[in-house]
Unconditional design. Structure first.
Length: 250
């Protein structure tokens, strides 16, 4: 006889809800801090899965299926941004009430955050150098493994070539001729913008909690974080906009 499946048992709620034990002596805001970051890691897990799914669909030339996955990925990313923004409601005094117990633990150590970025296509030497610098000269194993996989950006460019795209600016100039490819281009750009917003939200949060001059638990300042805003997953789509503008001015 098959055992009855219950809501609590299926979600393993007893185990899940027992994972929020803070290190401070009962500071009332530490629970919010822990739950938010644990939930963010769960969102990252979904994002990693969806980036891989979208990449697989693009490799198969299934633009419509890829677009459906990217739409959900963007919604999930937006939810993550809304979630991290709730930490600002704690205020600087609340965060400093338990900050010392965090030691050097920092969101900069999130390996899943880096896996999302690497799988999306962020693989420049400068970026990888910064990750190694944060991890004692080496990449976290899961990040190194992700680097061995094709990136979403690479898959999108290759799928475009297979579908006759020689100039991405032309996709924007004549979107009706490219249908789902044009839709996908904007969904990818949306993901890039959302990730920029995620980074920006984190920067503003750090400034609100500890100011701009001081370093976070990971030893980096808000100024360091601000420099990460230069990164883009899909530079070929942004370059297409430059081309459109340049040709339009002639």
């Amino acid at each position: 006889m098959t055992a009855r499946v219950t809501y609590s048992g299926y979600l393993r709620l007893e185990e899940l809800l027992g994972l929020q034990n803070g290190l401070s002596e009962g500071h009332p805001d530490e629970l919010h801090f822990i739950v938010t970051h644990q939930a963010m890691e769960l969102w990252f897990k979904i994002m990693i899965n969806d980036v891989r799914r979208a990449r697989a669909h693009l490799e198969d030339g299934a633009w419509t299926k890829a677009a459906a996955v990217l739409k959900r990925l963007n919604n999930v990313t937006g939810n993550g941004i809304a979630q991290i923004s709730t930490l600002a409601d704690m205020g600087p005094a609340a965060f400093n009430g338990f900050r010392d117990v965090l030691g050097s633990a920092s969101g900069l150590e999130s390996a899943q955050f880096r896996v999302v970025e690497v799988l999306a296509g962020l693989r420049t030497p400068e970026y990888l150098h910064s990750i190694r610098a944060l991890n004692r000269g080496s990449l976290p194993p899961v990040v190194g493994a992700a680097l061995k996989e094709p990136g979403l950006a690479e898959a999108a460019e290759l799928a475009g070539k297979k579908s006759g795209v020689e100039d991405w600016a032309k996709v924007y100039r004549e979107p009706e001729d490219y249908g789902p490819i044009a839709v996908m281009a904007e969904l990818l750009t949306d993901f890039d913008v959302l990730w920029f917003r995620w980074r920006a939200e984190h920067i503003v949060l750090v400034e609100r909690m500890i100011g701009r001059r001081f370093t976070g638990t990971g030893g980096k300042s808000a100024g360091y974080l601000a420099r990460t805003l230069q990164y883009r997953f899909f530079p070929f789509l942004w370059e297409a906009r430059n081309t459109l503008y340049e040709t339009g001015m002639k």
